[in-house]
Design a protein around this ligand. Sequence first.
Ligand SMILES: Nc1ncnc2c1ncn2[C@@H]1O[C@H](COP(=O)(O)OP(=O)(O)OP(=O)(O)O)[C@@H](O)[C@H]1O
Ligand SMILES: [Mg+2]
Length: 240
Amino acid sequence: MLENVLKVSNLKVAYGGIKAVKGIDLEVNKGELITLIGANGAGKTTTLKAITSTLPSCKVEGEIHYLGKSIKGINSFQLVNSHLAMVPEGRGVFTRMTIQENLMMGAYTRNDKAGINADIEKWFTVFPRLKERAAQLAGTLSGGEQQMLAMARALMSHPNLLLLDEPSMGLSPIMVEKIFEVVRNVSAQGVTILLVEQNAKLALQAAHRGYVMDSGSITMSGDAKEMLHDPKVQAAYLGE
Ligand SMILES: Nc1ncnc2c1ncn2[C@@H]1O[C@H](COP(=O)(O)OP(=O)(O)OP(=O)(O)O)[C@@H](O)[C@H]1O
Ligand SMILES: [Mg+2]
């Protein structure tokens, strides 16, 4: 039986008169890596912010269920306590803290010291670059390394769902490949992930299922590998 982690139904978001999300449906089941792809301004970030109730004051309609309960309007404390983690666009690591300290901050709601240390070691094996630099200040890391740290920090909270907003944004092609490799590895550890991406090809290659968003609507969805071979997806998003 598929265990539903996130179910978004008929979600609509408007910024004043601008309809950014126009009634979308989206589901993420336990253990899945789901990608939401689409061009600039499609409404992807707005969707993630609606899920986490981190939008500026604006109109949100529809239903958002997480682990079977409505989380519409959830506050930040409830969000942390429900183990729903988001790594926003632009990442936001604590630049004046070391990598090790950033990871400890990610676990601030936990008090199992042995478990926290074990987790740090576990994620260091998935993010070996961070291990090499554990004592380095986060602000001195490269963009890609900061992205990895932001992900590792989010994982320290034991998320039931990890929301990633364009982790490959602004990175060199080699670092983009590395980030996707890490996302796959994190998924292989059993973490449920909703990945927002503009890099449709790599996202669909990594994901189990995909959704295409265009001008506030979901225009296509399905098995990620089938979508990779869909001529419409290829023409519009894969440059083929
Ligand atoms: N705070 C805001 N106030 C007004 N309009 C906004 C606001 N935030 C986003 N929008 C508009 O909503 C639409 C969707 O934006 P959103 O950031 O969700 O797109 P996106 O799919 O994440 O794009 P990108 O890939 O460029 O990050 C855009 O037209 C954008 O200009
Ligand atoms: Mg965005």
